[in-house]
Design a protein around this ligand. Structure first.
Ligand code: FMN
Length: 228
């Protein structure tokens, strides 16, 4: 914050790289909110199908936000693997930074942004590790190279050199060559059980539409609009 430059009396003193950049230009289809599904998982899949139809780039890539044991936030992009009802699945190493954070604080947020549709989806919930068997099944669905990489483990540990990685990868490929069924118990599928979801539709005039779903104490889903 201390580095912030003075405003310069109305002049645009910002780095030129940031001047004149546009966002959310549209036009976008309006978000019809009069007949919304009762449950957010259904609306997510409707929107996801539309994102696929509009050829949105990698619509299954999302930012996963976690917090560490000191309550400090952390975030990274990963791939959404599946959705069942209101449960969202992603895969990662158990001993990675996010894996350790989720074991300490089992709550997370997943955020999607699809610029082609002017849509953002924000999901929050509690996270459980679905266990070694589900992790192994996820590994087996990968191509050999992606599987060898996931099986290396040590995700987010300090790497001494690229040569160290190449050697570990060569060893892992050899393990897979000798046993095509080999897996590691440290690769896991995590399940985020939704407690809150927000569907955000941009409007080129900035009158954005926001719909929030919340899980009520009685277990029913409630939804309503939010101010933009
Ligand atoms: C498009 C994209 C997809 C990714 N998919 C995954 C994934 O499915 N699982 C994963 O563990 N990391 C994935 N990553 C890498 C993560 O962003 C991150 O670098 C890694 O998981 C280590 O994060 P951590 O140190 O917070 O544990 C992906 C990165 C990108 C940019």
């Amino acid at each position: 914050m201390g580095d912030h430059k003075p405003s310069g009396g109305g002049k645009d003193n910002r780095n030129p790289l940031f001047r004149g950049l546009k966002s959310l230009e549209g036009p976008f289809d309006p978000f019809e909110t009069s007949a919304l599904p009762d449950r957010p998982g259904e609306l997510f899949l409707n929107w996801f199908e539309q994102a696929l139809g509009e050829k949105a780039a990698e619509p299954h890539a999302a930012t996963l936000s976690t917090v560490d044991e000191d309550g400090r936030p952390d975030a990274r992009v990963l791939i959404l693997k599946d959705v069942h009802g209101e449960t969202f699945f992603f895969a990662s190493g158990l001993e990675s930074r996010k894996g350790r954070q989720l074991q300490q604080v089992p709550h997370a947020a997943l955020t999607f942004y699809w610029p082609a549709l002017g849509r953002q989806i924000r999901l929050r919930g509690s996270v459980t590790d679905t266990g070694a068997q589900e992790g192994a099944d996820d590994l087996r669905r990968r191509g050999t190279e992606a599987r060898a990489l996931a099986m290396l483990g040590r995700q987010s540990e300090r790497l001494d050199s690229k040569a160290q990685l190449d050697q570990a990868l060569a060893e892992q490929r050899e393990i897979l060559r000798q046993d095509a069924d080999a897996v590691t118990p440290l690769w896991r599928l995590f399940a985020l059980r939704l407690e809150e979801a927000e569907f955000w539709q941009a409007d080129a005039d900035r009158k954005h539409t926001r719909v929030q779903y919340r899980l009520a104490a009685n277990g029913a889903w409630e939804h309503g609009l939010l101010w933009p």
